[in-house]
Design a protein around this ligand. Structure first.
Ligand code: ZN
Length: 393
């Protein structure tokens, strides 16, 4: 006679290493992958901070996304310790993970012992459908989507770079999108600024962008700033944003933005385009170099690109804007390796990407100092400022 289900579970539990919640609590974050194998409804009601969610029914297909290294220490838990023991057995015997354990008593015992539980923001049924493809990625999941919905991202410009970036960030469910732009939509913009339409020529870009964003995703709150960014308004506008997307086309504003964001500690995803070339980097204050570490002085004014005056291949800002949007999503959700301390160059005609390392300048006039020491009067000022502005006319 075959053994009963209860007997099979008992036998499997004997073969699986079990660890106490106290041990799990102690080792959290020390390279241990903690996996919650319960169903989605159970996860949504609360889970252990730092855990990743791989329901037991998807174990075989999704565990590699959560724990790519089969030699890593993996601890599984469920509600009571039964399902996680069975899943641990599968990981070890079938999937070849070498260092697997199951947590005794599951999250029930964890809670009884008074350890912390994270209750994630619950998505509505409509949001679960809209963001379903994010939820299927273990690296993003409901938790990552909740971070996106809570995020506040400021776009400087609803032009070549800002237009595609705004579209994809809105589609991804970034909850608040601020847009700074004092221009109106012009016929000559439509070759690349895909958030605007022919029937909106002559209307403010911030209004046009808002119309498209709301049509795409009503979850997104759009905050409009139909102004030009300058020293008098920058701190007030950028304060409170989690990430800033820089698509401005002039150097004085880039320096001003750099100094203000270093002062407030806000990361900037910066891109620029000219002709067939684009470049991209992430400036996260004090985690890597700032814009001034990379460009201590601006190039001569006649070489300073301005999209109004120079040619640009219409699809190029789309490519660079997508890369910016990708970096924003990574910074907000905390996944992957952001482009901090690296400058990515894209050359469209040759279809080549080149990466350059960028180091922090220990003598940088801005980021080498205590942020509170950066006073208003020096923000946005650079050595040849007078000459630069005179030449730029
Ligand atoms: Zn610096």
């Amino acid at each position: 006679m075959s053994p009963s289900g209860a007997e099979v579970i008992r036998q499997i539990k004997q073969q699986v290493e079990e660890v106490d919640p106290a041990e799990v609590s102690e080792h959290l974050g020390n390279g241990v992958v903690l996996v919650d194998v319960r169903e989605s409804e159970e996860w949504d009601r609360g889970h252990i901070p730092g855990a990743v969610h791989v329901p037991r029914s998807y174990l075989e297909s999704r565990i590699e996304g959560a724990a790519p290294d089969r030699a890593a220490r993996v601890i599984l838990y469920c509600a009571s310790g039964q399902r996680s023991a069975l899943a641990a057995h599968t990981l070890k015997e079938v999937l070849g993970y070498s260092d697997v354990a199951s947590m005794t008593g599951g999250i029930t015992l964890w809670k009884d012992r008074g350890y912390k539980v994270d209750v994630p923001k619950v998505l509505t049924p409509e949001q679960k459908e809209r963001y379903g493809r994010h939820l299927l990625l273990p690296e993003v999941g409901g938790e990552g989507q909740a971070k996106l919905l809570d995020a506040k991202v400021l776009l400087l410009g609803a032009g070549g770079l800002g237009a595609p970036t705004a579209l994809y960030l809105a589609a991804a469910g970034v909850g608040t999108l601020g847009i700074v732009d004092d221009d109106d939509v012009d016929l000559s913009n439509l070759q690349r600024q895909v958030i605007h339409t022919t029937d909106r020529i002559g209307t403010p870009k911030v209004d046009s962008a808002e119309t498209t964003i709301h049509a795409l995703n009503p979850d997104v709150n759009v905050v409009k700033y139909p102004v030009r960014l300058d020293a008098s308004n920058i701190l007030e506008i950028i304060d409170g944003y989690d990430v800033i997307v820089d698509g401005v086309d002039n150097f004085p504003t880039r320096y001003l933005l750099n100094d203000a964001t270093v002062r407030l500690g806000i990361p900037v995803v910066s891109a620029s385009i000219l002709g067939f070339d684009g470049q991209l980097s992430v400036f996260k204050p004090h985690d890597g170099p700032c814009y001034r570490c990379l460009y201590p002085v601006p190039p001569p004014a006649e070489l300073a690109p301005s999209c109004g005056a120079n040619g640009v291949l219409g699809v190029l800002p789309g490519t660079m804007g997508m890369l910016q949007a990708t970096e924003v999503v990574k910074l907000v959700t905390g996944i992957g390796e952001p482009l901090i301390g690296r400058l990515l160059l894209y050359e469209a005609l040759g279809a080549t990407f080149t990466e350059l390392k960028v180091r922090r300048d220990p003598n940088c006039p801005i980021c080498s100092r205590d942020p509170e020491e950066i006073v208003d009067a020096e923000m946005g000022v650079f050595p040849d400022y007078e000459a630069f502005c005179a030449a730029a006319g």
